[in-house]
Design a protein around this ligand. Structure first.
Ligand code: ZN
Length: 129
Protein backbone atom coordinates (compact mmCIF):
# COMPACT_ATOMS: atom_id res chain seq x y z
CA UNK A 1 0.00 0.00 0.00
CA UNK A 2 1.36 3.36 -0.95
CA UNK A 3 1.14 6.14 1.52
CA UNK A 4 -1.26 8.88 0.47
CA UNK A 5 0.75 11.74 -0.79
CA UNK A 6 0.20 14.83 1.19
CA UNK A 7 -1.20 17.66 -0.84
CA UNK A 8 1.59 19.94 -1.76
CA UNK A 9 1.55 23.02 0.35
CA UNK A 10 1.39 26.26 -1.59
CA UNK A 11 4.60 28.11 -1.81
CA UNK A 12 5.09 30.37 1.11
CA UNK A 13 4.76 34.06 0.29
CA UNK A 14 8.04 35.93 0.19
CA UNK A 15 9.11 37.47 3.42
CA UNK A 16 7.88 40.97 4.15
CA UNK A 17 11.25 42.65 3.72
CA UNK A 18 11.66 41.25 0.21
CA UNK A 19 8.23 42.58 -0.75
CA UNK A 20 9.15 46.06 0.45
CA UNK A 21 12.33 46.02 -1.62
CA UNK A 22 10.38 45.19 -4.77
CA UNK A 23 7.95 48.02 -4.16
CA UNK A 24 10.74 50.53 -3.79
CA UNK A 25 12.31 49.42 -7.05
CA UNK A 26 9.09 49.84 -9.00
CA UNK A 27 8.83 53.18 -10.80
CA UNK A 28 6.59 55.61 -9.04
CA UNK A 29 3.67 56.50 -11.23
CA UNK A 30 3.12 59.82 -9.56
CA UNK A 31 6.39 61.10 -10.98
CA UNK A 32 5.36 60.42 -14.57
CA UNK A 33 3.04 62.70 -16.48
CA UNK A 34 1.80 62.26 -19.99
CA UNK A 35 3.01 64.90 -22.35
CA UNK A 36 0.92 66.59 -24.99
CA UNK A 37 2.34 64.23 -27.58
CA UNK A 38 1.52 61.17 -25.49
CA UNK A 39 5.09 60.55 -24.38
CA UNK A 40 5.96 60.61 -20.73
CA UNK A 41 8.69 62.43 -18.91
CA UNK A 42 9.81 62.03 -15.37
CA UNK A 43 10.06 64.68 -12.74
CA UNK A 44 7.64 67.06 -11.12
CA UNK A 45 4.97 68.46 -13.37
CA UNK A 46 5.79 71.98 -14.49
CA UNK A 47 3.57 73.73 -17.00
CA UNK A 48 5.54 75.32 -19.80
CA UNK A 49 4.22 78.79 -19.06
CA UNK A 50 4.56 79.32 -15.33
CA UNK A 51 4.61 83.11 -15.43
CA UNK A 52 1.09 84.26 -14.73
CA UNK A 53 0.76 87.90 -15.64
CA UNK A 54 -2.19 89.73 -14.18
CA UNK A 55 -3.06 92.79 -16.18
CA UNK A 56 -4.40 95.76 -14.33
CA UNK A 57 -7.30 97.99 -15.25
CA UNK A 58 -5.82 101.45 -15.45
CA UNK A 59 -7.25 104.91 -16.10
CA UNK A 60 -7.33 106.46 -19.56
CA UNK A 61 -4.42 108.78 -18.88
CA UNK A 62 -0.73 107.96 -18.21
CA UNK A 63 -0.48 106.84 -14.62
CA UNK A 64 2.15 105.82 -12.11
CA UNK A 65 2.43 102.04 -11.84
CA UNK A 66 4.91 99.32 -11.02
CA UNK A 67 6.02 97.43 -14.09
CA UNK A 68 5.52 93.67 -13.56
CA UNK A 69 8.50 92.91 -15.80
CA UNK A 70 11.27 95.28 -14.73
CA UNK A 71 9.76 95.93 -11.25
CA UNK A 72 10.34 99.66 -11.45
CA UNK A 73 7.96 102.47 -10.65
CA UNK A 74 7.17 104.14 -13.95
CA UNK A 75 4.67 106.47 -15.54
CA UNK A 76 2.93 104.43 -18.18
CA UNK A 77 2.97 105.27 -21.86
CA UNK A 78 -0.49 105.03 -23.39
CA UNK A 79 -1.51 103.90 -26.84
CA UNK A 80 -5.04 104.18 -28.15
CA UNK A 81 -6.54 101.35 -30.12
CA UNK A 82 -9.93 100.68 -31.64
CA UNK A 83 -12.04 98.40 -29.50
CA UNK A 84 -15.57 97.10 -29.31
CA UNK A 85 -16.91 100.44 -28.10
CA UNK A 86 -15.24 102.22 -31.02
CA UNK A 87 -16.93 100.01 -33.58
CA UNK A 88 -20.31 100.13 -31.84
CA UNK A 89 -20.17 103.93 -31.82
CA UNK A 90 -19.00 103.92 -35.45
CA UNK A 91 -22.09 101.92 -36.36
CA UNK A 92 -24.40 104.18 -34.34
CA UNK A 93 -22.89 107.40 -35.68
CA UNK A 94 -23.19 106.06 -39.21
CA UNK A 95 -26.79 105.13 -38.55
CA UNK A 96 -27.95 108.38 -36.94
CA UNK A 97 -25.51 111.08 -38.08
CA UNK A 98 -24.39 109.60 -41.43
CA UNK A 99 -20.79 110.17 -40.41
CA UNK A 100 -19.27 106.95 -39.11
CA UNK A 101 -15.65 108.10 -38.95
CA UNK A 102 -15.97 110.34 -35.87
CA UNK A 103 -15.36 107.57 -33.28
CA UNK A 104 -12.34 106.37 -35.24
CA UNK A 105 -10.72 109.80 -34.86
CA UNK A 106 -11.57 110.61 -31.23
CA UNK A 107 -9.52 109.18 -28.41
CA UNK A 108 -12.54 109.24 -26.14
CA UNK A 109 -14.05 106.31 -28.04
CA UNK A 110 -10.93 104.14 -28.08
CA UNK A 111 -9.46 101.59 -25.70
CA UNK A 112 -6.33 102.65 -23.86
CA UNK A 113 -3.35 100.33 -23.54
CA UNK A 114 -0.61 101.10 -21.02
CA UNK A 115 3.02 100.16 -21.68
CA UNK A 116 6.23 100.46 -19.69
CA UNK A 117 8.40 103.24 -21.20
CA UNK A 118 11.60 101.41 -20.21
CA UNK A 119 11.07 97.77 -21.17
CA UNK A 120 8.06 98.30 -23.47
CA UNK A 121 6.07 95.65 -21.60
CA UNK A 122 2.30 95.69 -21.68
CA UNK A 123 1.05 96.67 -18.23
CA UNK A 124 -2.68 97.09 -18.43
CA UNK A 125 -5.62 98.45 -20.34
CA UNK A 126 -8.76 100.47 -20.05
CA UNK A 127 -11.61 99.18 -22.13
CA UNK A 128 -14.60 101.34 -22.78
CA UNK A 129 -16.91 98.34 -22.68
ZN1 ZN B 1 9.17 97.66 -17.41
Amino acid sequence: MSAPSAPSAPAAPPPYEEEQTKRNEAPQESAMYPDVNGSTHQGPFMPSNTAAVVYQILPTTPTVAICPVCKETITTRVKYSNGTFTYVMTFLCGLFFLCCCIPLCCRGFKDVNHFCPKCKAFIGMNRRI
